[in-house]
Design a protein around this ligand. Structure first.
Ligand SMILES: Cc1cc2nc3c(=O)[nH]c(=O)nc-3n(C[C@H](O)[C@H](O)[C@H](O)COP(=O)(O)O)c2cc1C
Ligand code: SF4
Ligand code: SF4
Length: 270
């Protein structure tokens, strides 16, 4: 039975990269996507776990899927069990850690530690991908290594309280499922199906060799960033913007991770 489990949610791989790096330093640790686990809970018993972690991007706050995951997953509680969360963001974590803390507390689960890592901001509907990706990732790596050590030691930290003045993200996350209405498909689309496979929540169906969006979007932007033809765009904002995928995460592992709980343990993908 796996002793340490890190659940991740990701669009462009930053959060999976962090999850994998933290897992490397912990013996007997499995990195599992929240989407796969939500569909196959029986494949991975949690009751004997020593560490359980949640790693996900900041979308103003906690992504909708992650909120549901934390709320709906039967999480064990025993004295040796250490819970942690790591959020990845481009600039600001806002209330994301505090919100995860609240969601867990409502289930009677203590959050022992929360961390935020600044990585490459991927919301290309709002801004261009920064020019200094390598420098951002290098700095992030140093921070990830420090966090990984803290988690190995099961170090607790003080979880910041929710700031009531930051309330806009809650409205923003409510609007997210329908935001795929702004997505459009150019004539460059080859009907390859990569967008359908990489979508973590099955929000895309390929019909007549074209993606059709189902309006249960998470705005993870995996489809936009991974389309090999750069045929997917958000309104008229992204046609000339560079795409971004974390360089330490492959398309194959993202796709496999979306559906398979028991992907081989850490190390397999390296
Ligand atoms: C819909 C959306 C909203 C975002 N909101 C924020 C935000 O409020 N603050 C921030 O710093 N980064 C924000 N980002 C950037 C991501 O949190 C950041 O790039 C993250 O590392 C992406 O993780 P991933 O590669 O695992 O998907 C947002 C990204 C998206 C797609
Ligand atoms: S990934 Fe791009 S090219 Fe392939 S089907 Fe989707 S939109 Fe078309
Ligand atoms: S449709 Fe695209 S942005 Fe929406 S959840 Fe799927 S991959 Fe993410």
């Amino acid at each position: 039975m796996t002793k340490n489990i890190i659940f991740y949610f990701t669009g462009t791989g930053n959060s999976l990269k962090v999850a994998k790096d933290v897992a490397k330093g912990i013996e007997d640790c499995q990195v599992v996507s929240m989407t796969a686990y939500a569909a196959h809970k029986e494949a991975l018993p949690l009751h004997d776990a020593q560490r359980i972690g949640f790693v996900f991007p900041v979308y103003g706050s906690v992504p909708n899927f992650v909120r549901r995951f934390i709320t709906e997953t039967a999480l064990p509680r025993h004295k040796d069990l250490y819970y942690f969360t790591i959020v990845t963001c481009g600039h600001f974590k806002w209330n994301s850690i505090a919100t995860a803390h609240t969601l867990l507390r409502e289930k009677g689960i203590p959050l022992n530690a929360g961390f935020a890592v600044k990585m490459v901001a991927n919301a290309i509907g709002l801004y261009a991908i920064p020019a200094n990706v390598d420098a951002i990732l290098k700095k992030a790596q140093r921070h990830i290594d420090v966090i990984a050590e803290a988690i190995q030691r099961k170090q607790s930290n003080r979880i910041q309280r929710r700031n009531p003045l930051i309330s806009w993200p809650d409205k923003f996350v409510q609007a997210i499922p329908m935001m795929d209405k702004d997505f459009n498909i150019s004539t460059e689309c080859k009907g390859c199906g990569v967008c359908e496979k990489v979508c973590p929540v099955k929000n895309i169906e390929i019909l007549h060799a074209r993606p059709v969006f189902q309006h249960r979007c998470e705005q993870c932007l995996a489809c936009i960033h991974h389309c090999p033809a750069q045929a997917l765009n958000i309104g008229n904002k992204t046609q000339h913007r560079k795409r971004y995928i974390n360089p330490d995460v492959g398309l194959k592992e993202l796709i496999q991770g979306n559906t398979q709980v028991n992907t081989p343990a850490v190390g397999y993908w390296d």
